[in-house]
Every structure is written in C-alpha cells, then in structure tokens.
Design a protein. Sequence first.
Lengths: 209, 209
Amino acid sequence: MFKRLPRHVGIIPDGNRRWAQQQGMEKGEGYHHGISPGLRLYHLLLEHGIQEATIYGFTRDNNKRAKDQRDAFTRACVEVAHALEQRDADLLVLGNTGSPAFPQELLPYAGKRRSFGEGKIKLNLLVNYDWEWDLKTALTGGGQIASRDISRIDLLIRWGGRRRLSGFLPVQSVYADIYVVDDYWPDFTEQHFLDALNWYQDCDITLGG
Amino acid sequence: MFKRLPRHVGIIPDGNRRWAQQQGMEKGEGYHHGISPGLRLYHLLLEHGIQEATIYGFTRDNNKRAKDQRDAFTRACVEVAHALEQRDADLLVLGNTGSPAFPQELLPYAGKRRSFGEGKIKLNLLVNYDWEWDLKTALTGGGQIASRDISRIDLLIRWGGRRRLSGFLPVQSVYADIYVVDDYWPDFTEQHFLDALNWYQDCDITLGG
C-alpha cells in the first residue's frame, strides 16, 4: 500500500488539556481520554509492520503543571504500560527514575527492555523523560546517553498543532521528518496515521547527502 | 508591529540545488544565488531588532555531495562571512575545524565571537557543523558542548519545504517553533520572513509547563 514505510515512528500525543477544555471538562481530565487512542494506534502500528515506536508520555518540564494534571498524566502512563504488557510488545520505559515524579509502579519496566507476548514491535514509553538528563548521562555513563537503546526516528507525528519537538529525543530526532496533525490527541483517527504515512512515503530522505 | 518577537532566529536556507535545476543550471550553481538572499535577510533581522540569528551553512553530512557542490557551498560560506565583517555583527563561525572540509579562510573567525562595526546582532554561521561533534565535545570539554556560546533558538525558519531539523543545533532547538517555507531559498522574499514572525507571535510558548 505504501511504497516506503518508516522503520521507527515517534508519537507526540499533544492537546489533551485543550481537548478537555473544549469539552467543558477540567484540563487534567483530558489525559484519561488519551489512553484509548494510544491503544488503537498500537494496533495500527502492528498492522502496518512498523518495527519500533516511541511515545512521549510526560517530561520533567511537564511536572511544572498543577497537581491534578500531574496525577492524571502519570496515571495515564501507568495504565498504558499495563495495557501493553497484556499485548505483544518489547517494552522499554525510559525516564529519570531518580526523581520522585517517576511512578513507582513503572520501576520494574524502567531502563531495560522487557518482552511481552510475542514481542512483534519495540515500544518505548518516555516517562518523566528529560532531554538534558538523557544527554548528560553520557558524561557519567562512559559516553553513552540514557536513550542509547532507542534507534533513530524516521517519522515523528505530533498531534495538537504545535510545530516543535518539545525536547523529544534530540539525538534520535536529528533527521526525523515531522508531521503535524492539527486535531487534539483524544480526537485521534486512523486517517491521521494513514495521512502521515502517505506524506512520509514521498519525503526525500537524503540524510544530508 | 508584532506583539511578540523571537529573541533568536535559526535559518535553514535549503533548496539551492533544486532551485538551480529548476532554472536549468547545474545543481551546484544554486549556492551562489543564496548569498544575496542571506544579506537581505540580515538587514531585515536588524530592522526588526532580532538579537541573535544562526545560519546553517553546511554540515559534515553535506560533504558527501559531489566536489563541485562542496566547493560551491564552501565558497558561499566564505563570501557571507566576508560580507558580514563589512557590516555590523558580532560574528561566530562554528564548526569542526579539525577536518579538511573546514575552509582555511574562516579559521580566524572560528570558535570565538568577533565584533565588527557596531555589533548590533549576534550572528552564528555554522560551517562544517556536525551535531555529533557538537555534543561529543562535552565528553572532552569539561561537560560543555561545542556550541555553548549559542543560545536557545525561539523560531526556526526552514526554506525548501522539508519538515526536519537535519541535525541543526539539537540542544538549542529543543523548544524551537519550526516554520517551513515551501519556496526554495534563492527565491527568498521579505514576505517569507514577515509570515514567519506573524505565525510565531501567536505560538503558545509553554516550555512544557
């Protein structure tokens, strides 16, 4: 169906709070409504044979938000991890576990990849991720960044209309082609993903050459 | 005129080769036609009081291209630097000077900022830049990356339609808002820049909060 597919897709599921406000809810209520889109996208990734995907859960900078929002996005990440362990996934949870913002329930998954079911896809879930922590780990970790087990991103899809990386894996994203969906993440549809793949197949990948 | 201006603007002047082909020229001839747009943009930056700008000259990866193209983009960078030293600019040329691809003529400008005329704007010209070299310098340079004297990018404008960073300053670009102009760089017009500033003033800058 597509003449060229990305090997590794990055996902920035933004717009949960704006979606909630639009629905007349409290901002923090949006995150819960972002879980089911994530699982629908997981099945689409498998269906199209995507080998690796990285989902932007939350970052150190997001911890500046109000407590009800922090609780809500942290709980959503825990729920997504538990849902994935019931499916086929080689799951890596990556983030700064040395900070109290990292959820205890996810410690067993943190920093080393674990295989669930038949594996089928490498899934990286960034939880309390911090680009500065990621890069600076190289200074103490023998030259290796914290995200060393995550490969180069080919296609980065961001929902919610913003045109920036917001600290998403700076090393792996250097040559990522960035596709922005204006709709908010809880309004995810299969067509968004197909449109991104369709756009990506015509990108001229030169890696600077 | 604008309710909020970027402090630091990044410039990716892409599309020179595609422009040349469109004009029936050899690919490498496009770079020469990218010099005058750069100087017009310099005057616009001053006019709008932009405090810092970084221009993507060429990268290590670009050195994979044919020799006539390498000669052409290297010469264009040297000419731009010489033109800027006749104007008001605090100029920093940054790139890996330890490689033969770095032009000898620019060694006097490399790695330390030099003030010309009345200064007025910090201008960073990336010449034989390499994101990996930049980051890895921290391992040998006491924790400091090679681009330590370049500040965070607020607005990144890329000409030529591609939606990616191509290794442009990964640390400084983590929260950059990215504006893509479909036209090729030699077809630069003042309106492109005004459209980018117009878009930027309505971007919601949260830095993750």
